[in-house]
Design a binder for this molecule. Structure first.
Ligand code: AMP
Length: 220
């Protein structure tokens, strides 16, 4: 099996910093950031049948079915920009998804290099989620208190002036998403531990502090 160390999975509870850290890794490693949540939200905005079905589930804080998400990822991994690696953010979230990913990787003659769990306490997660927003144009992520834009109303990264808040970032949905993470996603961690792929890092610090920990694990 051939691998170059850049086939990565980030696992964390909602609001755990996967998206933010995946963007840092994408820029450092020059491999695409694949966020299944973002793919589904884009499909929802585009009004495709899959997107509309997913939107109804996402807005209630429920998972979309495994076969739908595996199909989406399988197609995305076939695209040429994934040849040298990728950063998976939000996938796999269930054991069947993890097994399906192993099969997809096996078919491509490659394998995962690292699965990194970012650990964040629940009280911090809620604070992070309730205040977060992102640039509509480039996806840069911000927070009302922890990371506002440098100039009010203007994206630091692309100068855009339009921002988005996720519909599922409200108190009730977050509590349900956290419960689902505990019940359904945390059992995926021992699966990767058994394969010797899992590293866990403390994700409660600043973006830079967490990136540094990731850098040490991945070695870039
Ligand atoms: P995220 O942007 O990763 O927080 O994902 C937002 C929402 O999309 C989740 O709460 C789920 O409803 C759905 N979703 C994203 N990825 C998956 C997945 N791998 N399996 C099932 N549902 C997912």
């Amino acid at each position: 099996m051939i691998s170059n160390g850049k086939h990565l999975v980030l696992m964390a509870p909602p609001g755990g910093g996967k998206g933010t850290q995946a963007r840092v890794l994408r820029d450092a490693l020059h491999v695409p950031h694949l966020s299944t949540g973002e793919m589904l939200r884009n499909a929802g905005r585009a009004g495709t049948p899959l997107g509309l079905q997913a939107k109804a589930l996402i807005d209630k804080g429920n998972f979309v079915p495994d076969d739908m998400i595996v199909g989406l990822i399988s197609e995305r991994l076939d695209e040429p920009d994934c040849k040298e690696g990728f950063i998976l953010d939000g996938f796999p979230r269930t054991l069947p998804q993890a097994k399906a990913l192993d099969e997809l990787m096996f078919e491509k003659g490659t394998r995962l290099d690292h699965v990194i769990e970012i650990q964040v306490p629940n009280d911090l997660i809620i604070q992070r989620i309730i205040g977060r927003f992102s640039c509509t144009d480039c996806g840069a992520m911000y927070h009302d208190t922890f990371k506002p834009t440098k100039v009010f109303g203007i994206c630091d990264e692309c100068g855009g002036t339009s921002f988005t808040r996720r519909q599922d970032d409200n108190w009730e949905t977050v509590v349900s998403r956290l419960k689902t993470y505990q019940a359904i996603t945390t059992p995926v961690l021992p699966y990767y531990e058994y394969q010797g792929l899992l590293s866990s890092i403390d994700g409660a610090g600043t973006v830079e502090a967490v990136s540094e920990k990731l850098r040490k694990v991945i070695g870039f």
